[in-house]
Design a binder for this molecule. Structure first.
Ligand code: ZN
Length: 238
């Protein structure tokens, strides 16, 4: 079981507003309750989300930034970085790797929470192409780019020294190696999820589904009936 007190400083990198809240919102609430400093880096503004064709995409982007900012606050996260890449068109490009390396060197986290670069055929909606691309670029930025002084030398010119991330926790991966018991903070996770109102046609059905995932994860990892957990594939990188 992952222990919050040892984390100290954590950076989440995800493709869209709401991704962190579905996969890891309970973990974020649990970590911040233990004094961990958490920063979110959201690669796109989720401007391709929703189904209201009357709403301009710029309005959707602005609404989703506001929703994510409110959701973050409910789980104790107040530092958010929006990179503004176009939703639905994320690639694991050198440009994105450089931007994520910059963020890692600025934030200097012990742990990075990211998305899976591998498609999970059992949970295909978690394997959106933007998630796969963001997961791949995140892993490349964590190792080797952010720690290598000769990768993206322009970052050194910006005064950003190399930074070694100790662990990456991959959410939504088919193989979960570690879990966080989020039972005590599960209500805050749902409060955060409900902040994404523009994306939730049926919040009650969402809550039932997400509770089932978390209960199944808890039982599969040996927690008692009635507990809730979020799972990660943890890579130890030092
Ligand atoms: Zn997403």
């Amino acid at each position: 079981m992952l222990q919050p007190v040892e984390v100290e400083r954590l950076l989440v990198i995800v493709a869209h507003p709401d991704d962190v809240d579905f996969g890891s919102g309970g973990t974020m609430a649990t970590l911040t309750a233990h004094g961990v400093h958490v920063t979110y880096c959201i690669v796109t503004d989720g401007d391709a989300g929703g189904s209201d064709r009357a709403m301009s995409r710029a309005e959707m982007a602005s609404m989703r930034r506001k929703e994510q900012t409110a959701a973050a606050a409910t789980v104790g996260v107040h530092d958010l970085i929006f990179l503004g890449y176009p939703d639905g068109r994320v690639e694991a490009s050198l440009a994105l790797r450089g931007d994520l390396s910059r963020v890692i060197r600025q934030v200097r986290p012990k742990v990075v929470v990211g998305q899976s670069p591998e498609r999970n055929y059992d949970r295909i909606f978690a394997s959106h192409p933007d998630h796969l691309a963001t997961g791949e670029a995140t892993l490349c930025a964590v190792y080797p780019d952010a720690r290598n002084p000769f990768a993206f030398p322009e970052l050194l010119e910006e005064g950003l020294e190399p930074w070694t991330v100790d662990e990456m926790w991959i959410a939504g991966h088919p193989v979960m190696t570690d879990i966080v018991d989020v039972t005590d903070n599960v209500d805050r996770k749902f409060e955060a999820l409900r902040c994404h109102a523009s994306q939730l046609p049926d919040p009650a059905a969402m809550e039932v589904r997400v509770r089932q995932w978390m209960a199944a994860t808890a039982v599969a990892h040996g927690l008692a009936e009635g507990r809730f957990a979020e799972g990660f594939r943890v890579l130890r990188l030092v």
